[in-house]
Write a protein that binds this ligand. Sequence first.
Ligand SMILES: [Fe+2]
Length: 293
Amino acid sequence: MNRGRRRFLWRGLGATAALAAGTGLYAWRIEPHWVEFVERSLPIANLPLALAGRTLVQLSDLHVGPRVDDDYVLGVFDRVRALAPDIVVFTGDFTEPYPGFLTQARNVYRRAPHGRLASVGIFGNHDYGPGWRHPEFAAALQPVLADCGIRVLRNEVVDVGGLDIVGLDDWWGKQFRPAEALAYRDATRPGLVLSHNPDTVDMAGWFGYEGWILCGHTHGGQCKPPFLPPPLLPVVNRRYTCGEFEVAGKRRIYISRGVGHTLQVRFNVRPEVTVFTLQRALSGGGGSSNDPA
Ligand SMILES: [Fe+2]
């Protein structure tokens, strides 16, 4: 091999190594904290006129714990608070349980933003401790969150200004019991469902519910090659990556990419805070939210 060709190869190798190192650094240090505020409309059938135009912020998968920087989460909270939302919903995985997680959760969530009308949430699998098999973790977390002004709905419905917010408990935590919340609910009332794991929408027990379901859980896969689906996705139905999907029974789901992470790596799947503007839907079940609010 002549000298010119050897130099060319070495330069190529050097450039490739620098690109790989730069991409790794970006995916580790930059993107996991580069949160995107996504604005969307949320059309709901029979929404009370007084709620039309109100804002609902969805915060999902914060994973407060040893792997997510508190200052990052608190910075996100400050930005949400500055929006003065009317409703704040947390769609699960508040914490990453470890010994002492309650103290950290209290310190972070006491500075959580509140909705003018309501601040409610649901648990995700990580809130149920290692292997999602420890209901005592969630039972201990619930009063801490309540002290911080966040009401956790466990297969329950709360009336917020005439809108039923239905909070379903977590599937992997073996607490998903939609009948408790939906079987006796007046289906003609405006409603919005929170369910951490999007696979739950394919299960039985929705009792004719039509409308929106806000989910989290997937983190959008955290890493996604351009033009290809994310390789790692903790769902059975691999269609459910992130964003909006129409599902059977006049239901639509919105899957947030989440704020936090399990491992501190994201690539092409920025963390997300979703800012919805409530609208009165013209059709039953609510319409698409394709248009930005
Ligand atoms: Fe999560």
